[in-house]
Design a protein around this ligand. Structure first.
Ligand SMILES: Cc1ncc(COP(=O)(O)O)c(C=O)c1O
Length: 393
């Protein structure tokens, strides 16, 4: 029998990627698939960023860089943190990695020891439990639902803290729900983490995709004590349509970041030199260069909600950021089965909520055109109507 490391043998593959792969396979067979499965912007990387990458190749910037990323890029990230988030990190407190996913993986491997407890909520981003497993830790999942707008409350958090609690992961705006934690909510959470000396990993990857009058707050900005306990994670994937370039970054207390550096030294070394140049260009650009993408996402969100509102069986919490609507299918049936049936029967791909620890839901991504949103939700409506009428027969 194959012998596999005990921490790795129970890891499950990413269902998000599996459904997306199946949707692509059906499309390749000639089916007209509406793909609401995507976890990435459908826009192309802006030209000025691509050009910086091309220039990097042409000028021979194709060798190893410092393992934690170039000084220029880390200075630009430090400036970004200060300007956008009110966080003062020195460049040596920042480690650039191959995507925010890699940053999160590094942090969890460095901070979590056998049996340590890591708290996060469900619905959660699919990779958190698997990263904790890989580190030998224990995920302590706080279930949340529409009654608290998918957010943990101070009481819920307190109830889940034990002497083994080491880390709280906060993801705002959230994948898969699109809801965000507001300043007052974060302040209460920060107070509890400070009182119990719990590290916070703040996954801020959707920071730039926020709609209406909502204002983004980094939990680390809420006082020196919470700043010292927080590792802030961000990246260029979602904000600049750069998912394939694989650049993410983390910042925190120097002693933690030095361990992360050592860990990365012996795994990937530096993230791609060319992508670092492109990410630097992205971070130096004026905010207007990405505002347009955000405006388009907002219009698409509004359109998707309008279409969903015509389906009485479905409900959702209005997303304030990111590009997902998390739909409650409990009035229709088993969401895991439905997601598969809808893909096979009407060729609409959504990600079943069990991947996010919320089995009654399906996540629809609105990172696609208006026409596809209308077409896809119309197919969902028709499919649901057919189910109800066949049930009545
Ligand atoms: C909540 C969340 N965190 C982190 C990531 C990782 O982003 P990347 O590795 O592309 O920077 C994603 C990507 O889907 C995400 O949804």
């Amino acid at each position: 029998m194959l012998h596999v490391n005990r921490r790795i043998k129970d890891i499950v593959g990413s269902t998000t990627l599996a459904i997306t792969a199946r949707a692509k396979e059906l499309a390749a067979q000639g089916h007209d698939v509406v793909n609401f499965g995507a976890g990435e912007p459908d826009f192309d990387t802006p030209d000025f960023i691509k050009k910086a990458g091309i220039k990097a190749i042409e000028s021979g910037f194709t060798k190893y860089t410092p393992s934690i990323g170039t000084q220029d890029l880390r200075e630009a990230i430090a400036a970004k943190f200060q300007k956008d988030n009110g966080l003062v990190y020195k460049p040596n407190q920042i480690v650039v990695s191959c995507g925010a996913k890699h940053s999160l993986f590094n942090i969890i491997q460095v901070l979590v020891d056998d049996g340590d407890e890591v708290i996060f909520q469900s619905p959660y981003w699919v990779s958190y439990p698997e990263m904790v497993k890989a580190a030998g830790g224990k995920s302590v999942i706080i279930p949340t639902d529409a009654s608290t707008a998918f957010k943990i409350t101070p009481d819920l958090l307190k109830k889940h803290i034990t002497p083994k609690t080491r880390i709280l992961i906060i993801n705002s705006p959230s994948n898969p729900t699109g809801v965000m934690y507001h300043k007052e909510e974060l302040a209460k959470i920060a107070e509890i983490c400070v009182a119990h000396k719990i590290y916070v990993i703040s996954d801020e990857i959707y920071e730039k995709l926020i709609y209406d009058t909502n204002v983004f707050t980094s939990i680390a900005s809420l006082g020196q004590e919470i700043f010292d306990l927080t590792i802030t994670v961000n990246g260029v994937s979602k904000a600049y349509a750069m998912t394939g370039w694989r650049i993410g970054y983390a910042a925190g207390a120097l002693e933690i970041m030095e361990y992360i550096k050592k860990y990365q030294d012996h795994s990937t070394s530096n993230p791609t030199s060319i992508s670092q140049v492109a990410a630097l260009e992205a971070l130096k650009a004026s905010p207007e260069s990405i505002d347009q993408m955000c405006q388009i996402f907002k219009k698409r969100r509004d359109l998707m909600l309008q279409c969903l509102d015509r389906i009485p069986e479905l409900s959702y919490i209005r997303p304030e950021g990111a590009f997902y609507v998390f739909c409650d299918f409990s009035k229709v049936g088993d969401a895991t089965v439905i997601a598969k049936q809808m893909l096979d029967e009407v060729k609409v791909a959504g990600i079943p909520g069990d991947s996010f620890g919320a089995p009654n839901y399906i996540r629809f991504s609105f990172a696609t055109s208006d026409a596809r949103i209308q077409e896809g939700i119309a197919r969902v409506a028709k499919w649901i109507a057919n189910q109800s009428s066949s049930l009545k027969v």
